[in-house]
Design a protein around this ligand. Structure first.
Ligand code: SAH
Length: 202
């Protein structure tokens, strides 16, 4: 998987090391574990999917940037099975992740704890509101697509902070949003396919 990620253009050694460390097969159903390291998204029940390895690596690489200010505290919206949160935990000191589907939240929380990953806080909440009590974040990463960038989440970014998110209706694109003193700037990166960001808890 790591050699393939390099071939696909992932260059950040910290991200590659984290992807090497996290046992991806533990995050999918046993029946699918033989495909866990293929470059495909896989079902994790409740109509949700675990993103393919390339997109997890790419989003975290973009979030880190290659220079820029250090990122300490990160928020992930859309815990799903917890895989991306586990990778984030290997790269950043402090990770918060929120999930709106109760059984996914429960399962991810248990798995991360079983793996002794203790720098991730998993919350059961509607990620549209972000996490006001833990904000500001140096980085925010969205695992579900919204039609437009949420102002609420934008306000929870620190100055110098970065947000990586899929955005769009019919066609989705990956965006990097950077916040500085004067506001937000957007870069459009590549076409992607994510599940939609939904409202409320389930
Ligand atoms: N990062 C995940 C990918 C999960 S798929 C992984 O590694 O497996 C996207 C997830 O976003 C789904 O679990 C979905 O339930 C969740 N989601 C969608 N809208 C949400 C919202 N408003 N708040 C929190 N989670 C949300």
């Amino acid at each position: 998987m790591i050699a393939r990620l390099r071939d696909q253009g992932i260059q950040d050694e910290a991200v590659l090391a984290a992807m090497y460390e996290v046992p991806r097969h533990l995050f999918v159903d046993e029946a699918l574990s033989s495909r866990a390291y293929d470059d495909v998204s896989l079902p994790i029940n409740y109509d949700q999917t675990i993103s393919r390895p390339y997109i997890v690596a790419r989003m975290i690489e973009v979030l880190r940037g290659f220079s820029g200010s250090p990122i300490n505290r990160v928020l992930e919206v859309g815990t799903g099975c917890g895989y991306q949160a586990a990778v984030l935990a290997h790269v950043f000191p402090e990770v918060y992740t929120v999930e709106r589907i109760a059984p996914l939240y429960e399962r991810a929380k248990k798995l991360l704890s079983d793996l002794n990953i203790d720098n991730v806080e998993v919350r059961y909440a509607d990620g549209n509101a972000g996490l006001p009590d833990a904000a500001p974040f140096d980085g925010i990463i969205l695992a579900a697509a919204a039609p437009v960038m949420s102002q609420t989440l934008g306000r929870q970014l620190s100055i110098g902070g970065r947000m990586v998110l899929p955005m769009g209706r019919q066609e989705q694109w990956l965006y990097l949003v950077e916040r500085d003193q004067s506001g937000f700037s957007e870069s459009k990166l590549e076409q992607v396919k994510f599940v939609p960001m939904l409202m409320g808890k389930a």
